[in-house]
Design a protein around this ligand. Structure first.
Ligand code: FAD
Length: 366
C-alpha cells in the first residue's frame, strides 16, 4: 500500500562500494543520511559482495589504488604480503560506512521499484522486506554478485558430480584429492585454478587461449589505460583500452601456478558426461567437480516492474551523469560496469560515477 510508505527524497538500493560512494556524495551535497536519503541493503553485514567471495581472493591492485572517495583504504604491506586480501576490503567498507554515518538499513531486500502513479514527477515506490519507501529518486547499486552467469552446455544435466559457480566456491580444501575441471578465461578462473591445483588434480578449459597480462601490469596500469582510452575517444582517436592488454592479472598465486606448470589451458570440452567431460576428438576425462568461472550479470530484477526496455540485459543510461535511465529519469544505475561509467565496477573507479550521479540526484530533489 503506497499510502503506508515512508517518504524520503532518495533511496539507494544496495550498500556495497557503489552505494556507499553514492551516499558519500549525497551527504556532501547536503542530504542527511537516514533522513533525506536511505541506503537499503539485503545482506545482514557490511561489505557488499566482498564477504561472500572466496576466502583466498586478493585485490589486483595495491591498497593505495583501491580507494573510495574521501578516505583512502588503509595501507597494506603489499611488498612483502602481496595485494590486500578480501577481509581487508570488508574492514575498509565497514569502517567507511561508519565514518560517514551512512546509516545503511539492513537486512532489507528490495523486491520491486515501481511508479506510484503516472505523474513523471511523482514518487517511485520501493518495496522491500518489512519496509516500503516512496522516493523522488532511486539509485540502484546492486552489483552483479547475485546474478552468476551459467552458460548452458551439452550434458550439464547428465553429470553426477558437483557443479558450482565461482560465486559458490569458498576454499580449495573442499576439493582435496579430487579431480576438478575449472572453466573460464578470466581472473576468477585463473585464481581459483591456482589454489585448487595445490590440493587437487585440476584441468583448466577455456573457449579461447587465455590472455595473460605482463607480470608488471596490475590494477594501476589498468586504470591508467582506461583513462587513456577515455581521453583518446574524447579526442576522436581509437584506443583498444584495457581489452588490448590482456585479461588475466598475474597476482602472486597465479604466478606460482605458472611456476608449478599448471597454468595451461585446454580447449573447451564438447560435453559433460555422467562422470566427467569429453572433447570433440573423443578424449575424455573423469572428474569429481566442475567449477564454472563464467562471469556475472547485473542484478536488476527489482527494477522489472518499471518495464524499462533493456538491451543485452542492460538498461539504457545517459544524461549528464551517464547513469540516468533514459526512459525513467528518476532512476540512476551505479557501479555495474563500463556501461554505467568507465571502471565503475571497481573500488577506485566508482567514485566518478557516484559523484556525477549524486550531483544530478541532489539537483532533482533539491
Ligand atoms: P556489490 O559489492 O555486489 O554490492 C551490492 C550490494 O547490494 C550488496 O551488499 C547486496 O546485498 C545488495 N543488494 C543486491 N540486490 C539487492 C536488493 N534487491 N535489495 C537490496 N540490496 C540488494 N574490483 C577492484 O577494484 N579490485 C579488485 O581487485 C576486484 N576484484 C574482483 C574479484 C572478483 C572475483 C569479482 C567478482 C569482482 C572484483 N572486483 C574488483 C570488482 C568490484 O569491485 C566488485 O564486484 C564489487 O563488489 C562491486 O561493488 P558494488 O557495490 O557495485 O556491488
Amino acid at each position: 500500500d503506497p499510502a503506508a510508505a515512508r517518504e524520503v527524497d532518495v533511496v539507494v538500493v544496495g550498500g556495497g562500494q557503489a552505494g556507499l560512494a553514492t551516499g558519500f556524495y549525497l551527504r556532501r551535497a547536503g542530504l542527511v543520511p537516514g533522513h533525506d536519503f536511505v541506503i537499503v541493503d539485503a545482506a545482514d553485514r557490511p561489505g557488499g559482495a566482498w564477504p561472500r567471495t572466496w576466502d583466498g581472493l586478493r585485490l589486483f591492485s595495491p591498497a593505495t589504488f583501491s580507494s573510495l572517495p574521501g578516505w583512502m583504504m588503509p595501507s597494506w604491506d603489499d611488498a612483502t604480503r602481496g595485494f590486500p586480501p578480501r577481509d581487508h576490503v570488508v574492514d575498509y567498507l565497514t569502517h567507511y560506512e561508519e565514518r560517514y554515518d551512512l546509516q545503511v538499513l539492513r537486512p532489507h531486500r528490495v523486491t520491486s521499484v515501481r511508479r506510484a502513479d503516472t505523474d513523471p514527477h511523482g514518487r517511485l515506490v520501493v518495496e522491500a522486506d518489512d519496509l516500503t519507501l516512496a522516493a523522488r529518486s532511486v539509485v540502484s547499486a546492486t552489483g552483479t554478485w547475485e546474478r552468476p552467469f551459467w552458460p548452458s552446455h551439452p550434458g550439464m544435466g547428465d553429470f553426477t558430480g558437483r557443479q558450482l559457480h565461482a560465486a559458490d566456491y569458498r576454499v580449495p580444501e573442499e576439493f582435496a584429492g579430487q579431480s576438478v575441471v575449472v572453466v573460464g578465461g578470466g581472473n576468477s578462473a585463473a585464481q581459483i585454478l591456482a589454489e585448487v591445483s595445490r590440493v587437487a588434480t585440476a584441468t583448466w578449459v577455456t573457449t579461447r587461449q587465455p590472455r595473460f597480462l605482463a607480470d608488471d601490469v596490475d590494477g594501476r596500469v589498468l586504470f591508467a589505460t582506461a583513462r587513456a582510452r577515455i581521453k583518446a575517444l574524447e579526442e576522436g582517436r581509437d584506443h583498444a583500452g584495457v581489452a588490448g592488454l590482456g585479461d588475466i592479472v598475474m597476482v602472486a598465486s597465479v604466478k606460482d601456478a605458472r611456476d608449478r606448470g599448471v597454468l595451461r589451458a585446454e580447449p573447451m570440452f564438447s560435453r559433460l558426461t555422467a562422470d566427467g567431460v569429453t572433447w570433440a576428438d573423443g578424449e575424455t576425462r573423469r572428474c569429481d567437480a566442475v567449477i564454472w568461472c563464467t562471469g556475472f550479470r547485473p542484478a536488476l530484477r527489482h527494477l522489472h516492474p518499471l518495464r524499462l526496455r533493456t538491451s543485452e540485459g542492460r538498461i539504457p543510461v545517459g544524461g549528464e551523469s551517464g547513469t540516468q535511465a533514459l526512459e525513467e529519469p528518476r532512476l540512476h544505475l551505479v557501479g555495474y560496469g563500463d556501461w554505467t561509467g568507465p571502471a565503475s565496477s571497481t573500488l577506485a573507479g566508482v567514485g566518478a560515477s557516484a559523484k556525477s550521479t549524486a550531483s544530478t540526484v541532489a539537483a532533482l530533489v533539491g
